[in-house]
Structure formats: C-alpha cells, structure tokens
Ligand binder design. Structure first.
Ligand code: 3H9
Length: 724
C-alpha cells in the first residue's frame, strides 16, 4: 500500500536515505519518513541523525507549518528494538548521552516557530507515538492504532512519552496507556484527546493544511496548547489518587515480576506536578535504570528471538506447498480444537471420527468457541456461521483426495495412530502431507507404517489449541524438507509459532518438562511440601506450580507420558519409586478433569473451577513419603530449575533443537516459562555456565538428572554463553 508522497512540483529541502523534506505550496513543509527495505519505520540512530538534519533545515525559514507523515502503511513502530541490547549493555554514560540527544531533537520539533501536524495511518507505537506527541496536532485515519509497548519490553517511553502524553491527553488515560503497554484504536485516541480528529486516509494531507490555517487563525489557542505541554498538570495529591489504583492493578499476578509498569506510574505521578524539562529528566533517569535491568534485557531478547524465528521460518517456506484443504482425524479435544482453528483462519477442514457422538461433540466445541468470540464482539454472527461452515464433519474418507495436509489427532497410542495413518494414506492424493499430533510417540517409528514416510512429520499442538501459541513440527528420520516446510507454513497460517525439532521421546517441550516433574516427584519423596513447592515456583515466575500444572494437564496423561519418557531415557528419567503422581492416578484422581488431584476442584462464583488445598490429600502424600524435611524456597527453585535447564542443554547437545533461541522460545510459548527470565538457557547465562555446573554438581546425589552435560562443562571451561 503506497504511503504519502510529496506532490509533484514540491521543492526538496532535505533528502536523506530515510527522510524527505519538501516545501509544498502555501509555505508548508512536508516531512516524510520512509525507511528503505523495511515494512515499517523505526527510529533508529540513522533516522534520528537524518531527523536532526531535516529539522536544522527548517530553522530560520519563513514557513507557515510542517506536516509529518510516513511513506509506509503505518506511521512509526517506535525506536529500533534491534539496536537496544548492545546499547543498553554498553556504557551508562553513552546511553544517557543518546537519550539526552534524542530528547533535544523532540524538543526542537516541539518548539518550531510554526504549527506542526502529524498525520497518522496504521500504527503509531512507542517512539512513533512520542514523535507525534511532540508535534502540535495529530490527525488520524479511522484504522490508526496507538500504544506505548515499552513496559512490555521492561522499559518505559524514553522520547518524552511519559511527559507529553498526560499533557496532551486526559491524564488518567495517559497513565493507563503507558503502564498497560496495550494498543488502542482510533476511537479511543479521539475520546482521550490524543488526536484532534479522524479523517479518511486520503484526506489527511488536506485536513492537516486546514489544521495549520486554523492554528494561524487563532494563534492564542495554538500557543496555549504549547504552553500546556510545558507546565504542571496537577498537584501531587491528585496525581497520587490517579496513580495508586493503576499501580495496584499492575502489581497483580504475573505483573509483579516486571517492575516497569509500577515504576513508570510512580515517575509519571510525580512528574504531573513538575515542569516539562524536570519531567523529561525524571523520565530519562528511569529509562536508563530500566534499560540496564536484567528483566528488560530478557524481554528485549524475546522480541529479537521472535524476529529471528520468523526469519528462519521464512527461509524454509520456499519449499512449502499451499494448504487449501485440511483434514483432521479424531474430533476429541485436540482434533476438534485444530479443526476449529483451521476454519477460523480460513482453511476449510474435514473432521473425521469413528463415532457420530465424537463429531457432534467436536462441532459443539467449535460452536462454543465461536459464541465466545461473538459475545466479545470480535466476530459477527454471519462470520461465525461461515467459520462453522468450513468444518465438514464426516465418518468417512469421502473427498480426501483433495486434502493437502492431514493431522491425525486420535488417542495417544502408537498402534492405533500407525493404523489410522496408514489407512488415511490410501485415501489421500499423491502430494498430500500427513502429520501426527502426538506429544510423545516417535515420528520416525510412526512413519514406518506409511508407504511414503517422506511426506510425514509431527505436528504437536498444545492444549487448549485456540490459546496456546506453539506448534512443534517434528522431523522424523525420513521426513522431507517439503513436508516440514508445508507444515510450518500451515502452522503459521493457523496463527501459531512453529518450531522445527528433531525426533526423540517427548520431542523438545515434553522432554524438558518431564525432568522438571521428576524433580518435583523427588522433592516430595525427600519430604518437601507440595503447596510450598507450588508457591515457590509461582514466586519464581511460573503461571502455576508443578502440582497445579499436573492437575491441569491430567495426572493420568502425565503418568502415561512419564512412562514413555522413562523408557526413552531410563537412566535419567526412571523414578525407581512410587510417586505421588502414580498414587493419585491409581486412585482415579486425575486432577481438574476428575475433581481432585493434588488439589480439590469445585466451580467458583464465575463457574470456573477453583482449586482448594485438601488436608486429606496432603496426609496421603505424607503417608506415601513419610520422610519429612524442610526445604527453603531457594533450594526448591534450585532443584526444579536445574533439572529443567540441564535437560534443555542436552536437547541442544543432542541436536533435538538447532539453537538456543528455539529451545528458549519453545519453553516460553509451550510451557509458559517466565517471559521476564528469557528462557532456560538465558537463565543459565544469567547465573553463568561455571556457577550453574557447580550448582548441579552439588546435587550429584540426586542422580544423572543433575549431571551437567559435556556441552555445558565445555562452555564453563571456556567461559562461554548461549547468547552473545
Ligand atoms: C520504543 O519505542 C522506546 C522509545 O520509547 C524510547 C527509546 C529511548 N524495532 O510485525 P511485523 C520489525 S520501544 C525493530 O511483521 P506488522 C518486525 O520485527 C519500541 N524492528 O509487521 C518485523 O521484522 P521481520 C516500541 C521492528 O505490520 C518487521 O518489522 N515499539 C520494530 O504485522 C515487520 O513487522 C514496539 O514494540 C521495532 N520497533 O506489525 C512495536 N517494529 O520482518 C513492535 C517492527 O524481520 N512492533 N519491527 O520479522 C509491532 O508491534 C509490529 O511490528 C507492528 C507492525 C504493529 C509495528
């Protein structure tokens, strides 16, 4: 989609690689930002240098106004996050100097001697929104979106956003926007006072000219706007009233692990009672402090990891076939979820089961999910109906010759899966790709049941399918690159993040999860209290502790998968004792699905299951493991995280996963590994390979699960890290 271009006959005032400044008729200058070779504009160092040069050209001219626009479909996506890590890890003085220079630039834009207008289509995020806030007026098209994503990166706005937003918008919205990190639509921007008016995209330039004329028509109003941006917003007492409830909300749940929202609210609250320049100094001090924190470096690392992963997958896609018709075998929770997701994302899908009851349940589940979207206003009734119409339930293989990609999602039993896959292969066309949604069963072995194992690979979805972002694409020994590429492309089409891994019991995510459960079982055996373990792991940052997680996964499912893992890695993963998990499974207490497991479950006021600790369950676990020993929270975290992180290193060492980035992203997206810690390997980097090995060696009595792998020992000897 073309962006704004200077009209013919406009006189060039400045021409850089990314910025073009032209003089239009009527004495109006037009600054257009258009970064070559990138789908978005970012404010990287080169752009800021050119912006300074362009602003210098505007000094001492007899202009009537300046219009700022973008040559892309969006306005500006913020500062260039790719530049952050080296800059933030570098010298503090250099970072401070960069902030000060950038701020001087935005202040120069703000004080130009004529009215300035930003015209915004698409996104104006972070530094991009801060750019717009430095101009006098903002006009936007109805499709525009705005936000300050900085807190999600563990930092705060650093180009004056915390200062200008509450002086331009209503202060309460400004505090919410900056602290939440959320995106807001054009209507919200209008209501909050951020934008003057909404205008169709092709009329924005004319509307901006008009805005400049209006400013000259009542210069006192225009000057009053400028004055408002320089002064105090409110007194300290009123500011506190605005800030406190937002701080409480920011500190709830997972939010407490990222200090950025709370601190930015504190600083913004204080700054409401300060002048612009004092407030800018306070923002800069907070920005530098947050930028150099471990949390920020981890969260920024995730952004660059995601970018790296997208680029890697993009390279694969050259070999991918197009999936126009999908099919799912098995209409259970997973199969039904996959069929729903495929239909939702526009790919028609056959859903086959052996029982009409199964198909009805699968369709009912899809209907339930669609109702939820309609109720939330995210889908119209008509669209929901067309999504549902894309799912064709059937008891037969009719029309399977048109299927491009099939996902087998029947029971987790190798024999049944092999049989179903072999039968399906007979009904598919010669080019079709077959995949299996399995969490543990060997893809290489399943492939042996097929005539064309090259066209087969694993496609492991996580439950609940519509919510969980990860899909593991598993390469069996015979899987062709075309099968992998097509499956990766299809996973992306479903809105998921695919990670390609090699075949082994548990693949990547479950191979790492089960040693973690192993550490949990062993802690219980050694006398630890599972309520304390859950609390300690949640405090570490996990969304739920291991006992609760087992109840959610299903203890029967976990016991089954544990058996597969123990067979695959007997030395490390065979328990050699009856675990609490075994005991509960034996008693039919499978967790949430049966109403009790490590906890007891009953529907709460909102109808959702609430967990309750139960003294009787605790007593039975104590009877099973009579030894009592008290553990500190730090000891618990150490034993749990060692088991998980060491297995992650082994996956890298064994070539199950190609890179540290993919290993960490798999854990974050598939297991909910605390984002602010950046992943298991980044966590090792944080502690240091040598210290991590020493910690592991101190637990040698716990067996081979705690033996540091050769790769880590080698890295420790050479003082190496997983991430630069
Ligand atoms: C900030 O501004 C701090 C300041 O307050 C102060 C500093 C002192 N940097 O997502 P897409 C890449 S913090 C670097 O496919 P879309 C993106 O990774 C910044 N790269 O397009 C992708 O790369 P690739 C606050 C960026 O149309 C390519 O551009 N801003 C940035 O679906 C295309 O992106 C944010 O956090 C960036 N800022 O969505 C915004 N933005 O092709 C983060 C994008 O190699 N970005 N890229 O995979 C977004 O939310 C979306 O990219 C956006 C476009 C909505 C903008």
């Amino acid at each position: 989609m073309p962006g704004f271009k200077a009209p013919q006959g406009a006189v060039t005032m400045y021409h850089g690689d990314t910025i073009e400044l032209t003089r239009l008729d009527g004495g109006i200058a037009h600054l257009c930002l258009n970064q070559p070779g990138s789908p978005v504009n970012t404010l990287n160092r080169a752009v800021l240098t050119e912006l300074k040069a362009a602003l210098d050209c505007l000094q001492g001219t007899e202009l009537r106004g300046l219009i700022c626009s973008s040559g892309k479909k969006g306005f500006i996506a913020g500062a260039d996050i790719g530049e952050f890590t080296p800059m933030f890890k570098g010298l503090q003085q250099a970072l401070e100097a960069w902030c000060a220079e950038s701020n001087a630039l935005f202040c120069a834009l703000e004080t130009l001697p004529f009215p300035t207008v930003s015209i915004i289509r698409g996104h104006a995020l972070g530094g991009g929104l801060e750019f717009a806030l430095a101009t006098d007026f903002r006009l936007a098209s109805p499709d525009a979106s705005f936000g300050f994503p900085e807190t999600g990166l563990g930092i705060c706005p650093g180009f004056g956003g915390t200062v200008r937003a509450p002086r331009v918008m209503d202060p309460e919205s400004a505090l919410l926007w900056v602290s939440s990190g959320n995106n807001y639509n054009a209507a919200a921007a209008l209501t909050s006072g951020l934008v003057e008016t909404l205008v169709d995209a092709d009329l924005l330039l004319d509307a901006a000219r008009e805005q400049i004329e209006q400013a000259w028509a009542s210069p006192e109003d225009w000057q009053a706007l400028r004055q408002r941006k320089l002064t105090v917003v409110t007194d300290a007492g009123s500011a506190l009233e605005l800030v406190l409830p937002l701080q409480q909300a920011a500190n709830r749940g997972q939010g407490r692990h990222n200090p950025a929202p709370t601190l930015v609210l504190e600083v913004m609250g204080e700054s409401l009672a300060l002048s612009r320049d004092q407030a800018l100094a306070a923002e800069q001090a907070l920005f530098v402090r947050l930028a150099r924190s471990e949390v920020a470096l981890n969260l920024i690392g995730l952004f660059t990891n995601e970018q790296w992963l997208r680029q890697k997958n993009r390279r694969l896609l050259a070999e991918a076939g197009d999936v126009q018709q999908a099919a799912v075998l098995g209409a259970g929770i997973m199969g039904g979820g996959i069929a729903y997701q495929s239909a939702l994302k526009g790919v028609p899908v056959h859903m086959k089961d052996i029982a009409q009851g199964g198909l009805d349940a699968g369709m009912a589940e899809a209907q339930k999910q669609l109702h939820k979207l309609v109720a939330k206003g995210r889908l119209s009734e008509a669209s929901a109906e067309s999504v549902l119409a894309r799912i064709s339930p059937s008891l037969s293989f009719d029309q399977y010759e048109q299927v491009d990609l099939l996902i087998e999602a029947v029971v987790e039993n190798a024999g049944v899966k092999a049989k179903v896959l072999a039968e399906a292969e007979n009904h598919l066309g010669e080019e079709a790709i077959l995949t299996s949604n399995t969490s543990t069963i060997s893809i290489t072995e399943l492939g042996k049941a097929l005539r064309h194992p090259g066209r087969f690979c694993g496609m492991h979805f996580f439950n609940p399918v519509p919510v969980m972002p990860l899909v593991e694409v598993i390469r069996g020994e015979q899987s062709s690159e075309a099968a992998i590429a097509t499956t990766v492309q299809f996973a992306q089409r479903l809105g998921k993040t695919p990670i390609v891994v090699n075949d082994c019991p548990g693949f990547l995510v479950n191979r790492i999860l089960f040693p973690y459960f192993g550490a949990f079982s062993r802690l219980l055996k050694d006398g630890a209290d599972y309520l304390q373990i859950d609390a300690a792991m949640e405090e570490f940052g996990w969304p739920m502790g291991p006992a609760y997680l087992l109840d959610v996964v299903g203890i029967d499912t976990a016991v089954h998968a544990q058996a597969v893992m123990a067979e695959g890695f007997p030395q490390r993963m065979r328990y050699g004792f009856t675990s609490a998990m075994d005991m509960l499974a034996e008693a039919g207490e499978y967790g949430q699905k049966s109403g009790s497991g490590f906890y007891r479950y009953a529907p709460g006021k909102d109808g959702r299951l609430q967990k309750q600790p139960d003294a009787a369950i605790a007593a039975r676990i104590r009877a099973l493991h009579p030894q009592q020993r008290s553990f500190g929270d730090a000891q618990i975290v150490e034993r749990m995280m060692l088991a998980m992180c060491l297995e992650t290193v082994r996956c890298l060492e064994d070539g199950i996963v190609d890179s540290a980035i993919e290993a960490d992203m798999g854990l974050i997206l598939g297991l909910g590994f605390p984002r602010f810690r950046g992943g298991a390997l980044r966590y090792i980097d944080h502690i240091g390979a040598r210290a991590f090995c020493d910690m592991a060696k101190a637990h040698a009595d716990l067996g081979p699960l705690y033996t540091p792998p050769a790769l880590l020992l080698d890295m420790a000897a050479k003082d190496q890290r997983f991430y630069a």
